[in-house]
Design a protein around this ligand. Structure first.
Ligand SMILES: Cc1cc2nc3c(=O)[nH]c(=O)nc-3n(C[C@H](O)[C@H](O)[C@H](O)COP(=O)(O)O)c2cc1C
Length: 172
């Protein structure tokens, strides 16, 4: 299996983490991977990232997204709509970045989780307030990627999700 196949096939949602710290270098690699994602218009990608390590902030976020409770680190993905050219598809742009980040986490021996935020406006507004955004008209919290070394009992491992019956050729 190539490294790529290994990463894409073994990525799992890791919901509990050990307290081992994630290096700043790895955090940057994960964000870099996010920014390498396809976007609806080159040069007009909406993504911005807030790195959160402060345990009090993490606790506040965990009140809304409980899976943050053991995470040593969270990256809040913010769509800056003013940056976007094709504004209507901001969620697709952000989703591409999020998946790249999860794959890079696996590549680095880490575990990650996509904690959904958008499109629930109430939840978006609550997260926004915690991270210092007062208005979600232009700065939209999309999701929170938690990253860390998996806690005991959690690991990236292969699970077969392939389903041939969902593949159609030429016509549905
Ligand atoms: C849009 C989206 C939102 C998600 N939100 C959450 C979430 O809030 N909490 C959570 O525990 N997992 C969340 N997940 C992770 C999914 O539950 C997980 O990917 C799915 O169960 C498949 O498991 P796997 O990631 O191990 O393949 C989310 C995934 C996506 C794509």
């Amino acid at each position: 299996m190539s490294d790529f196949e290994e990463i894409i096939n073994t990525r799992r949602s890791i919901r509990e983490y050990s307290n081992r710290e994630v290096s700043d270098g790895d955090v940057l690699k994960i964000i870099r991977a996010g920014m390498q994602a396809p976007g609806s218009r080159l040069g007009a990608e909406p993504w911005e990232f807030i790195v959160i390590k402060n345990s009090k902030t993490l606790d506040k976020l965990a009140e809304i997204k409980p899976r943050l409770s053991t995470a040593p680190l969270a990256i809040v993905l913010i769509a800056n709509i003013e940056r976007a050219f094709f504004k209507a598809v901001w969620q697709q742009d952000m989703g591409a970045a999020a998946e790249n980040m999860l794959l890079e986490a696996v590549n680095l021996g880490l575990g990650g989780l996509w904690n959904g935020v958008a499109p629930d406006e109430e939840r978006m507004a609550k997260i926004a307030e915690i991270v210092g955004i007062s208005d979600i008209t232009n700065l939209k919290p999309y999701c929170i990627i938690t990253v860390g070394y998996p806690a005991e009992g959690w690991e990236n491992k292969f699970m077969d999700k392939f389903d041939e019956s969902r593949i159609h050729y030429e016509k549905y």
